[in-house]
Design a binder for this molecule. Structure first.
Ligand code: 1GP
Length: 241
């Protein structure tokens, strides 16, 4: 099944999807990493890989390791045009439409285009919105864009709707990795009301309560990274219903 069809099914069947996000700079290939991947196989629906600013040179080795151990779809979540690998199943081709920096609206995409075509990856055009999560994030700093204010759901909705009208296939509301505050319920609800695309929400979600709150507000897929990278056993214990 195509990865996008699987994402769409969460929305169409009113199911709740969980994506584990791995930042290649934040994981060590140790035994606890193996436990995290095995928990992902049983308790997550997707595995996202990528980062806004990579320093370590382990993007490709990590992907190979993950590919060997993980049975769920592996989706690239690239911070830049060099984070492409055919070891993954699909890529969220992010256009950072909450910002006004042409480099992240189209520039990186032009640089990646031929490489991406050669990779054979399934491409999922994604309207990517950064939301203020209470502190400056790497994503916001590196992209040189301002996040949408947390208390302005209508700006998020208008932006997401524009993404839908432009033909994008998913909406991703992201408070940024390690955000102090996750995307508010009001904002998720507002976007859900105005847009019909699958809705992915992440950034600053640290446990079951916050995850369920995002689902209740209308998220189809919740992305969690930092807390599982730090405590892999939490993923094994997580309940979604
Ligand atoms: C960031 O949405 C993701 O892009 C996940 O954020 O690392 O805070 O879970 P966390």
């Amino acid at each position: 099944m195509l990865v996008y069809q699987k994402i769409l099914d969460f929305k169409l069947q009113n199911k709740k999807g969980l994506a584990l996000l791995l930042d290649p700079d934040e994981v060590q290939l140790t035994a606890s990493f193996g436990k995290l991947l095995s928990a992902a196989n049983t308790n997550a629906d997707f595995l996202l890989i990528g980062g806004s600013h990579l320093v370590e040179d382990q993007f490709h080795s990590l992907l190979m390791e993950v590919k060997n151990q993980v049975k769920i779809p592996i989706i690239l979540f690239p911070g830049s045009n060099d984070q492409i690998s055919s070891a993954a199943d699909a890529i969220l081709l992010l256009s950072l439409i909450s910002g006004r920096n042409p480099e992240y609206l189209i520039g990186q995409h032009v640089k990646a285009a031929f490489n991406l075509k050669r990779s054979g990856l399934e491409i999922i055009p994604t309207a990517y919105l950064l939301i203020d999560g209470g502190r400056a994030t790497t994503a916001s700093y590196m992209s040189n864009t301002s996040p949408i204010p947390r208390d302005k759901p209508s700006i998020a909705s208008a932006t997401a709707l524009a993404g839908e009208q432009l033909g994008m296939k998913c909406i991703y509301l992201d408070a940024g990795s390690g955000a102090m505050q996750e995307v508010s319920r009001e904002m998720i609800k507002d976007v859900r009301t105005h847009c019909s695309l699958p809705l992915i929400v992440g950034g600053g979600i640290r446990g079951e309560l916050q995850m369920k709150s995002a689902f209740d507000a209308g998220a189809d897929i919740v992305v969690i990274g930092t807390v599982f990278e730090q405590n892999p056993e939490l993923l094994a214990d997580l309940g979604r219903s």
